[in-house]
Design a protein around this ligand. Sequence first.
Ligand code: AMP
Ligand code: FE
Ligand code: FE
Ligand code: ZN
Length: 286
Amino acid sequence: MRIDLHAHSNASDGTDSPAELVAAAVAAGLDVVALTDHDTVAGHAEAAAAVHALPDGTRLTVVPGAELSCVVDGVSMHLLAYLFDPEEPEFARERELVRTDRFRRGRAIVERCRELGADISWEQVQRIAGAGSVGRPHIASALVEAGVVATVSDAFTPEWLANGGRADVRKHETDPLEAVRLVRAAGGVPVFAHPGAVKRGRVVPDAVIADLAAAGLGALEVDHTDHDEETRARLRGLAGELGLLVTGSSDYHGTRKTVRLGEHTTDPAVYEALLAQATGAKPIER
Ligand code: AMP
Ligand code: FE
Ligand code: FE
Ligand code: ZN
């Protein structure tokens, strides 16, 4: 079993449509892929249709999910949520709040970039983002198009879009304790995404992870491209102490990042344990 529990489509900042992501997951030899777009479930229906339309002899399970933008003591963090009821109103309202504020903030970031001499426009960013939950990676692509930086990841520096960078503007983000509560109340399973990704900025201290564990966090995403070996070992130890499961996943974003689908995977026993905790939705199978 090859299980990848973190992937983005163009419903947020990935470049594959949900149907293309399903095809890519089959091509990568995955058995299970989770669709975890930032603050949205907009890709779920298309992914489900694509799974149901797979040819005979091809099997894939899609775990419907999302990746929630959170902030604690000024430190941004991401919370993966799996198999929650997408209709549950309280959690749906919070996702909507974050998604809506992404537009205000996207415009403000574009304005900052223009003040700093980058010839990009909001219309351009909207064309790049399409119907997707708009974020800094779309603005990074605009900066690449304008020849300001060479690659998307080159835009995530203090000069431009990195957390606290010259053109960074904060968006509304949820308190993670509240987010854990919302996900559980919607029957879902919350998992802390890339908790040790120091290259993205400040990370959340262990004491906060302990609080999240006590509040119902299910797992830490340990095997992730943004974690070095030492970080993984430390996080594995922490998960053990706190009684949390450990996942691994690619955080695939199509061509917007270099990571490949299935580059990191989750143990089948851990996947089963996560499924056993979920009551809000079912995995999508053919
Ligand atoms: P936003 O959701 O708009 O705040 O943007 C966050 C997204 O930017 C993350 O989900 C990543 O896809 C991307 N990102 C953050 N840091 C980096 C980085 N250092 N290099 C490349 N992409 C990044
Ligand atoms: Fe992303
Ligand atoms: Fe993330
Ligand atoms: Zn992600």
